[in-house]
Design a protein around this ligand. Sequence first.
Ligand SMILES: Cc1cc2nc3c(=O)[nH]c(=O)nc-3n(C[C@H](O)[C@H](O)[C@H](O)COP(=O)(O)OP(=O)(O)OC[C@H]3O[C@@H](n4cnc5c(N)ncnc54)[C@H](O)[C@@H]3O)c2cc1C
Length: 411
Amino acid sequence: MSEKDAKILIIGGGFGGLFTALDLSGYRQVTLVNDEDHFLFKPMLYEYLSGEVEAWHIAPDFKDLFEGQVEFIRGAVTGVDLDARTVTLGNRKEPLSYDVLVFAPGAITNYAGVEGAEEFSVPFRRLDDANHLRRRMTQALDSIPPDSAPQDTRNALTFAVVGGGASGVELATKMADLLRDAVKRRDLHGEPRVLVIEMADRLVPGMGEEIRGVVERALENSRVQAHTETRVVRVTKDSITLEHNGQHAEIHTAAVVWVAGVKPNPLIESLKAETDRRGLLLVERTLQLRSHPNVFALGDIAFYADVSPTLAGTAQLALQEAHLCARNVRAFLQGGELKSKHFLELGEAVSLGTEHAAVLSAGKVMTGPLARQARFAMYTARLPTWHHRLRVGASWFFEGTAPRPLKPLGF
Ligand SMILES: Cc1cc2nc3c(=O)[nH]c(=O)nc-3n(C[C@H](O)[C@H](O)[C@H](O)COP(=O)(O)OP(=O)(O)OC[C@H]3O[C@@H](n4cnc5c(N)ncnc54)[C@H](O)[C@@H]3O)c2cc1C
């Protein structure tokens, strides 16, 4: 292979894959394969659920982002043969070949073998998941006859969010605010009931004390019920069974949303490469696989030594790794020196309901509506491509970011 003709193939168009592709865009032949036709800025999926942002803001099409500089192929990768240097797709007879592979298919929801969880709960990782959840919330509201007793409203609007990490808290406060707003607009009696279920003895266990107090107050304000030291035993079509202190309780639910953890994409298995005990690919500090130096892996599926536990499994990390990856792919092809990097924590920004947020930067916490604006500003800067950032920034500035109420279906 001459360096000029090298084919670079990227699997996965998330934070790791997309930002590597954009960095390499225009350099050699770069192809990105993804099972959906758009990127997704996952940290704002909560705002998409509440209608504070629109799909085009956080899920731009790859074709628009690449502007012809990177080839995009839509398809689900079903296997990778590292020795033959080929990748198989579910919708193509012929495998794709590569000289350099960038492997970044991300994580998947981990249901931890809980009975009924995978079948009946709603995951929260894709645009369609948010659409589905919004529909379930609207259907639950639509099912309540006018003049129902407060208790009936509460029963019809009981939602459980499983997982008390940042995702669970962000989701639960958004859902509670949206539902309460809809109850008011529809003149219903009573209140919605949103539960967060967490196995540990406290919520957001990975977060520092500075931000935890703010999160706890936000949960109280949104009247979210937190159940810690509580295990989910079973999920059915319309219920969740919990275990706390050896006691079981079955609760009727309109929906159960599962954000209680992730596991590496099972595509890793086809690589037959070295993994750690959680199944993450072990990569060199250059992001190369030990066994195959022409294969780079990053993001949620890679274990990179020297990364703090709070940074692992985040978009912040995948994004920083992407720039190192693109740099090292170039160096690899040009016979240059490959580098490593110490990745930084860029601060935390948590959305808390539809009107507030908390931003932690340089050890200081900012809260309230101003923090919500700061979060939007911070995330505008991290969206892919200047062109997209400008369009989205202008839309948020001029058209606003007010939530879209849960109107009855058919309106
Ligand atoms: C709701 C939510 C909120 C989050 N909020 C934050 C936050 O506030 N801050 C933060 O730092 N991190 C956050 N994260 C975590 C962050 O999104 C991930 O760590 C990050 O996306 C990892 O990047 P990645 O490139 O490894 O994987 P991903 O971004 O998940 O991208 C993987 C891509 O590969 C595609 N893919 C998967 N399998 C295949 C296949 N077989 N064939 C083809 N394509 C495939 C997927 O469709 C996806 O596009 C959040 C995650 C979620 C789900």
